[in-house]
Structures are given as structure tokens and as C-alpha cells.
Design a protein around this ligand. Structure first.
Ligand code: NHR
Ligand code: GAR
Length: 192
């Protein structure tokens, strides 16, 4: 089996989309791929309940319980390694990862970022795209490297920015596209 470990911090809708697609497309029987575990740095992440309902192993590692980013990342890497993952998927995971962590999972660590990279790295992407007067926005699946949001691009999707859009409205439109491209990019990367 090729194991996927998914890291979340919140709603977990991208995680749920990957789990749903893996089930619908029979990734286990066709490709020997399964979502082995969902890990969160937040105990109240809504996505944890969704994962448990699907019978997926979950674990919480509260970053605030660790003295440094390095200590948190070392514990996180150990928890992930227990599942011998072929791929580690960041899905709304909100902690910047240290170079040591990124090195350890080099080539098997992916993220979905809610902008058309290289535009709008970092946070508050939708508000920034609206304020810049962008006519299009979107999302990007990329390999994670030590530098934030600049790793090689695996896939993208575009949506229009509509007159009067709020950050919330644009985020919802982008999120529907995330749910389409992230499962596809994950599978393509595992079959590469
Ligand atoms: N780590 C590395 N090294 N490289 C990347 O490309 C990463 C990463 C960790 C997360 C996701 C990312 C995004 O898609 C991601 C990419 C969190 C922050 C952030 O500033 C920025 C980008 C991303 C995720 N986090 C704050 C921090 O101090 C905390 C913010 C919060 O808790 O709300 O870590 O946008
Ligand atoms: C998604 O839009 C994702 O691209 C974004 O947060 C949302 C998570 O939704 N990620 C980041 O902003 C990373 N900094 P989800 O938890 O429902 O998948």
C-alpha cells in the first residue's frame, strides 16, 4: 500500500475531497493507494470528525505544547513517519514548516495554496487579490520546499473575480475548484 498522510488545521474540506475521490475512484484496489491518517495541530479542527467518520486514524499534535518550531516539527515528522507515507498532503495546514522537516519529506510533500502562484504567497490571498483589482483568481497545488509557497507547481485552476466579490465569496468559489484539482494532483503525483 502507498499511504497518504494528510495534515489539516481547520475545516478539512480538501482532506474530505481527497478521501471521497479515493473512495469513488477505488484508489485502494486500482492503485494500492489509501489515506492512512489525518493529523491536526488543532484539537478542534472540524476535519478530524469527518476523518473519524470515515474510519481514518487521526492524531492531534498541538504546536503550542512544544518549545520551538523545531521541536514541534520533529514530533510531527515522527508521527507522520509511523504511517510510512508515500505522500504527505498539506490541506489547510496553517503552520510554516522548518527546513529540516521539508528536507525529510522532500519530493513527497505537497500543498494547495488559495492563489494563482507565484502571485499572493502567504496569507489573506483572496482579500489581496480583490484589492489588487485582479479579474481572475484561483488555486495552486505545489511541492513544498523550505521557502514558503514557491515549490514546483503541479496543477492550477482559475476562477473569475466578480464585481462586488467579498473575500468570503471568492474563497468559496476558489474552494470548489480546490476540491477538483487537489485529488487529481495527488493521484497524478503518486503515479508519476
Ligand atoms: N512550509 C514550508 N516550509 N513551505 C511551504 O510552502 C509551506 C509550509 C507550510 C505551510 C501552506 C501555506 C499556504 O498555502 C504551507 C506552505 C501557513 C502560513 C503562516 O503564515 C503561511 C503559508 C501557509 C501556511 N502560518 C503562521 C505561522 O506562524 C500561522 C498562521 C495561523 O496559525 O493562522 O506558521 O498558504
Ligand atoms: C483552503 O482554501 C486552502 O487552500 C487554504 O485554506 C483553506 C482550507 O480549507 N490554505 C491556506 O490558506 C494555507 N495557508 P479546508 O480546511 O476546508 O481544506
Amino acid at each position: 500500500m502507498k499511504n497518504i498522510v494528510i495534515l489539516i488545521s481547520g475545516g478539512g474540506s480538501n482532506m474530505a475531497a481527497i478521501v471521497r475521490t479515493a473512495g469513488q475512484q477505488n484508489w485502494a484496489s486500482r492503485h494500492g493507494i489509501r489515506v492512512a491518517a489525518v493529523l491536526s495541530n488543532k484539537a478542534d479542527a472540524k476535519g478530524l470528525g469527518i476523518a473519524r467518520e470515515q474510519g481514518i486514524a487521526t492524531q492531534v499534535l498541538d504546536h503550542k505544547a512544544y518549545a520551538s518550531r523545531e521541536a514541534f516539527d520533529a514530533a510531527l515528522a515522527q508521527a507522520i513517519d509511523a504511517h510510512e507515507p508515500a505522500l504527505v498532503v498539506l490541506a489547510g495546514f496553517m503552520r510554516i514548516l522548518t527546513p529540516g522537516f521539508v528536507d525529510h519529506f522532500a519530493g513527497r510533500l505537497v500543498n494547495i495554496h488559495p492563489s494563482l502562484l507565484p502571485a499572493f504567497t502567504g496569507l489573506h490571498t483572496h482579500q489581496r487579490a480583490i484589492e489588487a483589482g485582479c479579474k481572475f483568481a484561483g488555486c495552486t497545488v505545489h511541492l513544498v520546499t523550505a521557502e514558503l509557497d514557491v515549490g514546483p507547481i503541479l496543477d492550477q485552476a482559475v476562477v473569475p473575480v466578480l464585481p462586488g466579490d467579498t473575500a468570503e465569496g471568492l474563497a468559496a468559489r476558489v474552494l470548489t475548484q480546490e476540491h477538483l484539482i487537489y485529488p487529481r494532483a495527488v493521484l497524478a503525483h503518486l503515479l508519476r
